[in-house]
Design a protein around this ligand. Sequence first.
Ligand SMILES: [Zn+2]
Length: 147
Amino acid sequence: MNINNIHYLKSALMKNLHDLHLSSCKTSAEMKTEEKLFPDLFDQATAELRRSIALIIRGREREMIREIEDALVRIDRGEFGICQNCGDRISEKRLWAKPTSLLCLACKEKEEGEQRRRSALNNRAAMSLNNSWSGEFEKEAEFFPTH
Ligand SMILES: [Zn+2]
């Protein structure tokens, strides 16, 4: 990516970061005003629901702030657009779509494939654990014949 495009992305990221800081302050301020107790149970439930939604939003905002700050650090270090896994260049198309990308498309797809495999393995492990549990219960059932 040429230096002009990187400068353009940098200012876009900084603007984005500024907006995120503003909205994150707003979310925190809203959460504070929601903290007062409501005498009405329904109001209280609504306030709790709004509070948990605000917590999710704040978490996501913080995550995005961190991702953008990391991308800005990589720009300053001259490491922007370099895959953190294989060291290859990340395609410009991918960087324009998501300037905070850490991996090239090939590494990202590999990572997603591994995550899918891992969750499939976890599911299988959980299933065999369930089977051994029911096996234990069956064994126990033999000690206590029902007839
Ligand atoms: Zn890569």
